[in-house]
Design a protein around this ligand. Structure first.
Ligand code: NAP
Length: 223
C-alpha cells in the first residue's frame, strides 16, 4: 500500500462493535483514514450509515465516499449475522437461511458493486471478505447451516471477484478471524485483537500480495 498517494481510505461494514470495531481501531493506528460504518449509528458517534441489506442506502454511502475522497482503497466486508448453532442442514428453517444470505452474501456483493468504481479509482484496491473456517468445504459438517452456506457462497464470490478484478489491480481475499470472543463468537474465543490482525493484514497487502485466497492469521486455509 506504500504506493498510494496519502493514507489509504478504508471502509469497514459493521464497524460499531466486535471484530469490525477493532479492525477500524487497528487500521487507524497504522495511519489509515478509516470510515467505520454501522447500520444504525448512534447519534453523535461519527459513524457512516451503511446497512448492507439496504440497497439504496449502500449506494448513498458510496456517493458520500466519492464526494469526500474520490476513491476507496480498502473495503472490509465484515458485517454478518446468524451463527445458527440451534439448527442442522436437514431440518433448517429456510427463511433463516435466506435472511442470513441477505446480510452475509448479498450484503457484501451489493457493497462491492456500489463501491467498485471507487476501488478502481484507487489503482490499489483491496477487498477483504470476512469469512469463517466453517465455510471450508474440506471438513464441513451439518451444523450452523444458514451461516455456513452464506459464508461458503461468500468464498465463491471472493474467487470470482479476484479473477475478474485482477486486471484492475484489486486484491480480493477471504479471511477467517478464528474463534473470537464477541457477541457472535460468545465467551471462550480469542481476543478481538487477534481476530482483527489477519483482517488488517489482508487490508494492507502490498501490490504483489495474494488474491483469491482464504487465510487465517496470514496463512492459507483449505477451501
Ligand atoms: P458481532 O459481534 O455479532 O458483530 C456483527 C456486526 O455486524 C455488528 O456491528 C452488526 O451491527 C453488524 N451488522 C449486522 N447486520 C448488519 C447489516 N445489515 N448492515 C451492517 N452491519 C450489520 O460479530 P463479530 O464476531 O464481530 O463478527 C465479525 C465478522 O467475523 C463476521 O463476518 C463474522 O461472520 C466473522 N467471524 C466471526 C467469528 C467469531 O468467532 N466471532 C468467527 C469466524 C468469523 P449491529 O450492532 O447493528 O447489530
Amino acid at each position: 500500500m506504500e504506493t498510494i498517494a496519502g493514507p489509504p481510505v478504508c471502509l469497514v461494514t459493521g464497524g460499531n462493535r466486535g471484530i469490525g470495531r477493532e479492525v477500524c481501531r487497528r487500521l487507524a493506528a497504522r495511519g489509515a483514514t478509516v470510515l467505520p460504518t454501522a447500520r444504525a449509528p448512534e447519534a453523535g458517534s461519527g459513524l457512516l450509515t451503511l446497512d448492507v441489506t439496504d440497497a439504496p442506502g449502500v449506494v448513498r454511502a458510496a456517493e458520500e465516499v466519492r464526494s469526500r475522497f474520490g476513491r476507496l482503497d480498502v473495503l472490509v466486508n465484515n458485517a454478518a449475522i446468524t451463527y445458527d448453532t440451534w439448527q442442522r442442514a436437514s431440518t433448517a428453517d429456510l427463511d433463516v437461511v435466506r435472511e442470513a444470505a441477505e446480510t452475509n452474501l448479498y450484503g457484501p456483493w451489493r457493497t462491492v458493486q456500489a463501491f467498485l468504481p471507487l476501488l478502481r479509482a484507487s489503482g490499489h484496491g483491496r477487498i477483504v471478505n470476512v469469512s469463517s473456517e466453517a465455510a471450508s468445504l474440506t471438513n464441513m459438517g451439518g451444523g450452523t447451516p444458514a451461516y455456513t452456506a452464506s459464508k461458503t457462497a461468500l468464498n465463491a464470490l471472493t474467487r470470482m471477484l479476484a479473477a475478474e478484478l485482477r486486471p484492475d489491480r484489486i486484491l480480493v481475499n477471504a479471511i477467517c478471524p478464528g474463534w473470537v470472543a464477541t457477541d457472535m463468537g460468545g465467551p471462550g474465543g480469542r481476543p478481538v485483537a487477534d481476530g482483527a490482525a489477519g483482517i488488517v493484514w489482508a487490508a494492507l497487502l502490498p501490490d504483489d500480495g495474494p488474491t483469491g485466497g482464504f487465510f487465517r492469521d496470514g496463512r492459507p486455509l483449505p477451501w
